[in-house]
Ligand binder design. Structure first.
Ligand SMILES: *[C@@H]1O[C@H](CO)[C@@H](O)[C@H](O)[C@H]1NC(C)=O
Ligand SMILES: *[C@@H]1O[C@H](CO)[C@@H](O)[C@H](O)[C@H]1NC(C)=O
Ligand SMILES: *[C@@H]1O[C@H](CO)[C@@H](O)[C@H](O)[C@H]1NC(C)=O
Ligand SMILES: *[C@@H]1O[C@H](CO)[C@@H](O)[C@H](O)[C@H]1NC(C)=O
Ligand SMILES: *[C@@H]1O[C@H](CO)[C@@H](O)[C@H](O)[C@H]1NC(C)=O
Length: 583
């Protein structure tokens, strides 16, 4: 009798803990259907990935702490997953949507992501993470607005525009994937898109004279660094991947692969059309595309020729370095919480570990290597496993990945170009504070992204990193973000608090490199299994590979999916409702 009472109490407590993450905060429901459809953004018809018939996909718009319930129905003939670039998935790597955390959604089936924009603000994007799907679309913007009572450090803009920019190929994603599978490099891209379009058929942004607008810009392309400018207008940088920045004015901004930022601009010129110009950088041959900013009552088209000279020259690393060094945190501004961002003194925390990660390329030995071109981190090229690593870890299935497979420093062999192919995972302790130095010994710009975390970007330069480089670190007001560039033959240093338990993808945002192994998983681990540190495996988790059998008879361990309330209020493409009252 007492025993069952205790059990009931225990069960109630677990439920409270489990559900505290969801309690009170509003729910937003999204229903997305993924399909192939013909698109011709560069004037050449090709197969695109559409979400509810749209290319790019709909904007995922929400507020800090909102619960996002996104039902994704896969109407492609291929396995599919969406991932969320910048959504931190606190305690919830179960929803990260990469092959190391989730089983693919099989053709014709659906998966409901249940996640929360916990303690976040800012501009991010989502994308398809499997195969080479990203080359076909399936991406869209994520906007996390501040809660109503949290001060935002600038007046409310008259409107906000999503600006998804990226390089683009007219070659199908499958042909590009075949090229990579055969060990070849990709050719240069065919063009640049702005919100899925290119001039002269570009998108228009309608503005009124005297008003100020926010552009939320994300580089959703496959590789190229892009520079964006607005003819005759300056831009004020206000936000970088969830950090409110010191509000500097720029004539053009560089956005590297996978990065996001927000700028304000005021329509303070005479009423006519102006162009938004987006150009590739560091590529040798500049590709360019434009969109139109149209003033109400415009007296005519934009001035020609385009202000190409207003942007930096293609190979000007100094311009880019100077710009990135000027991007700093506004220490007196609030972020997701009502306290200033500067109250977190990252410089007073002791670094417990230094990890140096060098990227390399070369013919690969080992599993699936076969001597073909692969890309690597510290000499190790990631080999996909038959079972998501997160599930193998959870179900104690051995032999799927090797913990400790990535060394903390580049081995001398990495320099020779020989790479080893392996399903390698880097281990780390929950709450450790780590210095990561990203080293780029090659000629192209690198861009690195870590899921589940933001990192303080304390240093960046060309040349070789050494202990003495630490003397130049910004230990006062570095920005905290999730995607950082590394210049050719240069390095970038970041500090990161590993405060989010889970299995997290660390990847090159140069998509061919990621596809051919320049990624790994970082396991942030605590020996205690507590919902305080990590949410339980979701009740609807798809099970596959060696986890399919392991999952049988495990239903008691998996949390029950929460019932959906039946009355929804439909608003834009968002269906809102109050959280369910009864569990
Ligand atoms: C622009 O649109 C026209 C008419 O729809 C089409 O013929 C042309 O190919 C398009 N150009 C580009 C670059 O998409
Ligand atoms: C598929 O959608 C149904 C209906 O919305 C939902 O109940 C179910 O949980 C979804 N399946 C998965 C695996 O999430
Ligand atoms: C920083 O944010 C505050 C609001 O908290 C704002 O008043 C100030 O102008 C901002 N400073 C800079 C340099 O951007
Ligand atoms: C950091 O390390 C120093 C020297 O080892 C030590 O004195 C200090 O207490 C540590 N600080 C924290 C916050 O752990
Ligand atoms: C995996 O192993 C751990 C530690 O031995 C144990 O606590 C846990 O219950 C196991 N998980 C499953 C799903 O069997």
């Amino acid at each position: 009798m007492a025993g069952s009472m205790e059990r009931a109490l225990f069960f109630a407590c677990v439920c409270l803990l489990v559900n505290s993450a969801w309690a009170e905060d509003p729910y937003r429901f999204f229903d997305w259907d993924i399909s192939y459809g013909e698109i011709s953004p560069l004037g050449v018809p090709q197969q695109g990935i559409l979400i509810n018939g749209q290319f790019p996909g709909p904007t995922l718009e929400c507020r800090t702490n909102d619960n996002l319930i996104i039902n994704v129905r896969n109407s492609l003939p291929d396995p599919f997953l969406l991932s969320w670039n910048g959504l931190q998935q606190r305690k919830n790597s179960w929803q990260d949507g990469v092959s190391g955390t989730n089983c693919p959604i099989p053709p014709g089936q659906n998966f409901t992501y249940r996640m929360q924009a916990k303690d976040q603000i800012g501009s991010f994007f989502y994308f398809p993470s499997l195969a080479f799907h990203k080359a076909a679309g399936g991406f869209g913007a994520i906007r996390i607005h501040s809660r109503p009572l949290i001060p935002v450090p600038f007046p409310s803009p008259a409107d906000e525009f999503t600006v998804l920019i990226g390089d683009w190929y007219t070659t199908s994603h499958k042909a590009l994937q075949d090229l990579l599978d055969s060990g070849k490099e990709l050719p240069p891209p065919d063009g640049v898109l702005i919100n899925g379009k290119r001039s002269p058929n570009g998108s228009d942004f309608n503005v009124e004279q005297g008003k100020t607008y926010r552009l939320r810009i994300s580089n959703v392309g496959l590789q190229s660094t892009l520079n964006l400018l607005i003819q005759e207008h300056c831009m004020t940088l206000v936000e970088v991947e969830g950090t409110h920045t010191v509000q500097n004015s720029y004539t053009s901004v560089d956005v590297h692969a996978g990065q996001s930022l927000s700028v304000l601009f005021t329509a303070d010129r005479s009423a006519r059309d102006y162009r938004v110009v987006v150009s590739t950088r560091f590529t040798g041959t500049t590709l360019r595309s434009t969109a139109v900013i149209r003033y109400a009552g415009s007296s005519g088209p934009a001035f020609e020729p385009l202000p190409a000279a207003a942007g930096p020259s293609d190979d000007d690393v100094d311009f880019s370095l100077n710009q990135v060094r000027s991007i700093r945190t506004n220490l007196t501004a609030s972020a997701a919480r009502p306290n200033p961002q500067g109250s977190y003194h990252y410089s007073s925390i002791n670094v417990t570990r230094t990890v140096r990660l060098a990227s390399s390329a070369g013919p690969a030995a080992g599993a699936g290597g076969g001597g073909k071109l692969r890309y690597a981190v510290n000499g190790v090229s990631f080999a996909e496993a038959d079972t998501p690593l997160k599930l193998a870890d959870y179900f104690n299935i051995s032999g799927v990945f090797r913990l400790g497979g990535i060394p903390d420093a580049p081995p001398p062999a990495a320099a020779t170009g020989e790479v080893r192919s392996e399903t390698a995972v880097m281990g780390s302790d929950h709450r450790s504070f780590v210095e990561v130095v990203l080293e780029n010994g090659e000629d192209g710009v690198q861009s690195w992204h870590l899921d589940g975390h933001s990192v303080f970007v304390v240093g960046m330069d060309v040349g070789t990193w050494s202990d003495r480089s630490r003397d130049g670190y910004n230990l006062v007001d570095a920005v905290s973000r999730c995607t950082v560039q590394v210049y050719p033959r240069g390095w970038t240093a970041v500090l990161v608090a590993l405060d989010n338990v889970g299995m997290w993808n660390m990847r090159s945002e140069v998509w061919a490199r990621r596809y051919l192994g320049q990624q790994f998983y970082l396991r942030v681990h605590t020996p205690t299994r507590s919902p305080r540190d990590e949410l339980p495996i979701p009740g609807n988790a798809l099970l596959c590979g060696r986890a399919a059998a392991a999952g049988q008879g495990d239903s008691g361990l998996r949390s029950k999916p929460k019932p959906h309330q039946t009355t929804y209020i439909k608003y834009n493409n968002i269906i809102q409702s109050k959280p369910p009252h009864s569990i």
